[in-house]
Design a protein around this ligand. Structure first.
Ligand code: ADP
Ligand code: MG
Ligand code: ZN
Length: 483
């Protein structure tokens, strides 16, 4: 189809905060668990209970605001958003309406057309709702309230995105920023990070945004992109047929690759927002905001600049190392120990990541520190061990948890500089392989590699390859001369 329309996309990203307890009570925040075992009268909203706002949740919201370049409101308040749906038994959600904790921020993303700044309108704090299970119970639905009251932030963008590619890049970047801020595990597959996708299209050459539809709670990057692309096509076909887009909420079914209308879209007034009477407003002094700002860990965009400029890594490697907090921590301490960030990066990307891929292990499960890994990279750098043996040492580090020095000593991996020993080995190998020697002398150059391999193996990989090569050539030349 020829594209006659410009797509516009706005996202509402929900992120569960990893505080110890819930937002208004001391029930634990953790994923899963037997249904309805992690809740109390407060988070299930029984009449007569009183919510107490979790200070950490507010602090984490400020941290999200700092990471996403927002202004922090010195005065914000909580509001009741009234709706009747069994996922929230008290029939209202405590959220923030007109005075959220953070406003007016944004992030720069990389797109195929270069950099683009995506504005964030607001970040507000609210309570999560429970989960309803609709499938497999005949005519019933079941409710699990464990998730009720898990602190949640909602990040609302301006309608600045114009493709699924941009939306994906934005969610990915937001996810990384929040992850490094240490406020959420951002596990999309567990729903701790999920997005509502708003899509509209308008004809080329026009400025006024079209009517949008909204698809809620999409929890993978792939699904976000697929939902957007499919919605752009659906709306284009309607306009092509002379129809009109209606403002509605749709449900995206990622298995079927299609969306279905759920309900016509509610407006803010449908929720009858009013200030939450049981919770005092949230106030900050400038100093308090500053002190939270100063407590922030180094964020990935800063690290990226450090990796590519001071450390001299290429952009692809830097991005790869930054996909996980544990991985970038490992890299930085490995680099510090071995004194060479490039060698550290190469060894981690090629050898360590290969090992993780093969075993399905996560970077956080690596059983040794960067300091220990750095000492291995240093031995390799100083030509104390060969590359082949460095791999074996790494394997043993994963399997036994022993440190590289011990493994090198136990297996006699240290490269020998004793040329006498190499000479002795070469002579021995040559006399054990008379046929190969004859072939070599007869002009079969390939045999050299075979003999080289034999010598290396006999020296358990400790021989400096350059030295072995030289001595082997010498010895063979002597025999050549003797023919
Ligand atoms: P709500 O969905 O709660 O009514 P908003 O009206 O603030 O909230 O908008 C929600 C999201 O929809 C925002 O991310 C905003 O950028 C996006 N949005 C608003 N208008 C459009 C539009 N015409 N096309 C695409 N996205 C839009
Ligand atoms: Mg919405
Ligand atoms: Zn509770």
């Amino acid at each position: 189809m020829i594209m006659k329309y410009i797509p516009t996309i706005g996202l509402e990203i929900h992120c569960e905060l990893s505080t110890k307890s819930k937002i208004f009570c001391d029930c634990p925040v953790s994923f899963g668990g037997e249904p309805n075992t992690r809740c109390c009268p407060v988070c299930t909203g029984l009449p007569g209970t009183l919510p107490v706002l979790n200070k950490k949740a507010v602090e984490y919201t400020v941290k999200a605001g700092v990471a996403l370049n927002c202004e922090i409101n010195e005065f914000s308040k909580l509001d009741r958003k009234n709706y009747f749906y069994p996922d929230l038994p008290k029939a209202y959600q405590i959220s923030q309406f007109d005075l959220p904790v953070c406003k007016d921020g944004g992030l720069t993303i990389n797109t195929s057309d270069g950099e683009k700044f995506i504005r964030i309108e607001r970040i507000h704090l609210e309570e999560d709702a429970g989960k309803l299970l609709h499938d497999g119970f005949g005519k019933y639905s079941l409710a699990d309230y464990n998730r009720c009251g898990v602190p949640l932030i909602e990040i609302v963008t301006r309608p600045d995105l114009s493709s699924s590619e941009e939306a994906k890049a934005f969610v990915e970047k937001v996810r990384l920023m929040l992850l490094y801020s240490g406020i959420s595990d951002c596990r999309m597959e567990e729903g701790s990070l999920r997005a509502d996708v708003n899509v509209s299209i308008r004809p080329f050459g026009t400025d006024e945004l079209g009517t949008r539809s909204e698809m809620k709670n999409i929890n993978s990057l792939k699904a976000i992109a697929r939902a957007i692309d499919s919605e752009i096509i659906r709306q284009s076909e309607i306009l092509e047929d002379g129809g009109k887009i209606i403002q509605e909420t749709r449900r995206w079914d990622d298995n079927k690759g299609e969306s279905k209308s759920l309900r016509s879209k509610e407006d803010a007034h449908d929720y009858r927002y009013f200030p939450e009477p049981d919770i005092v407003p949230v106030t900050f002094t400038k100093e308090e905001i500053e002190s939270i700002r100063n407590s922030m860990p180094e964020l990935p965009d800063k690290k990226f600049i450090k990796y590519t400029s001071a450390f001299g890594l290429n952009e692809a490697d830097a991005s790869l190392l930054l996909t996980s907090v544990s991985l970038s921590d490992l890299f930085e301490s490995t680099a510090e120990e071995c004194g060479n960030p490039k060698s550290a990066s190469n060894f981690i990307i090629v050898e360590v990541l290969r090992r993780l891929n093969d075993s399905g292990m996560l970077p956080e499960d690596i059983p040794f520190s960067g300091k220990v890994l750095g000492s291995l990279v240093k031995m390799l750098e100083n030509e104390e061990i060969t590359a082949a043996n460095a791999k074996k040492v790494l394997s043993a580090m994963f399997d036994s948890g022993k440190d590289p020095e011990t493994i090198v000593a136990e297996n006699a991996y240290r490269i020998t500089n004793d040329t006498g020993e190499v000479e002795k080995t070469v002579i021995e190998i040559l006399s054990n392989n008379e046929k190969a020697v004859e072939e070599y002398i007869g002009g079969k150059e390939k045999t050299f590699g075979f003999l080289m391999g034999q010598c290396s193996r006999a020296l358990t990989g400790r021989g400096n390859p350059k030295v072995i090569q030289q001595i082997l050539r010498n010895e063979l030349d002597k025999r050549k001369g003797g023919v």
